[in-house]
Design a protein around this ligand. Structure first.
Ligand SMILES: Nc1ncnc2c1ncn2[C@@H]1O[C@H](COP(=O)(O)OP(=O)(O)OP(=O)(O)O)[C@@H](O)[C@H]1O
Ligand SMILES: [Mg+2]
Length: 245
């Protein structure tokens, strides 16, 4: 479902130029959940944002479902992969009601203000329909992240890119949001890429994990490796030993 070849992401120019993602290759099968872990600043969000079409300064090839996509995404291409961010508050406009926020991707696609679809999206993430009239600050953090997930799913993308989707949430509601994601994955046969620094979250959700360091992948672990605490690279060992799972 996802194929990335020699993806390189660079910021700045001339003397100030720095390469954040260094020629990475990546494949994710349909229905698979791939985890990406690695220390702060290693390039995880940049990689995800490039996949989502939010970064323009990349070279290489990105294909979704056998179809190559470019830096500037067409409407059709945007429907293939949607992203959920760490901070649900930051990703929702404070003065837009939830219903407006949910309808935004529909309007962007020229589908109009389809209220039936907005209500269905709310229902699918387990929120009361009257929340359509509320503002983001009138919701809890977990509820806001449900809205962000509903918005990412409203165009029925086959791919969801999740950047620390639960780390801004209270521990008690993290599991709820993860279960929602797992249910939606099941129901829609979604392909997920999940960035998280929480190895328990990664182990719970992912079929496979890539360990990133300084813009490259240094290790790949299967679910079985995770279960048995097996790593193949010293850095991965260091990362996993720092956490008791
Ligand atoms: N728009 C930008 N312009 C310049 N540099 C950037 C930009 N976005 C990210 N960077 C740099 O790229 C590097 C990787 O950032 P990125 O956000 O991808 O890291 P990350 O792995 O997601 O880290 P974290 O775990 O802290 O979220 C960092 O050094 C960051 O400063
Ligand atoms: Mg990040």
């Amino acid at each position: 479902m996802i194929k990335v070849e020699k993806l390189r992401v660079t910021f700045g120019r001339d003397a100030a130029m720095h390469t954040v993602v260094r020629d990475v290759d990546l494949e994710v099968r349909r229905g698979e959940t791939l985890g990406i872990v690695g220390e702060s600043g290693c390039g995880k969000s940049t990689l995800l944002r490039s996949l989502a079409g939010l970064e323009r300064g990349w070279t290489g090839r990105i294909s979704f479902d056998g179809r190559e996509v470019g830096r500037q995404r067409s409407r059709e291409e945007l429907k293939l992969a949607q992203m959920v961010f760490q901070d649900p508050y930051g990703s929702l406009h404070p003065r837009h009601r939830i219903g407006t926020a949910l309808a935004e991707p529909l309007r962007a696609m020229g589908l109009g203000d389809d209220q039936a679809r907005v209500l269905q999206a709310l229902r699918q993430v387990g929120l009361p329909l009257e929340f359509a009239h509320r503002f983001p600050h009138e919701l809890s953090g977990g509820q806001r992240q449900r809205v962000a997930i509903a918005r990412a799913l409203i165009l029925a993308p086959p791919i969801l890119l999740l950047d620390e989707p639960t780390s801004a949430l209270d521990v008690s509601i993290q599991a709820e949001v993860l279960n929602l994601l797992a249910d939606q994955r099941e129901e829609r046969n979604l392909t997920l890429v999940l960035v998280s620094h929480d190895l328990a979250v990664i182990a719970h959700m992912c079929d496979r994990v890539l360990v990133m360091k300084d813009g490259v992948f240094v290790d790949e672990l299967t679910k079985e490796d995770l279960r048995q605490g097996i790593t193949h690279h010293a850095y991965a060992r260091e990362l996993f030993e720092a956490t008791v799972m």
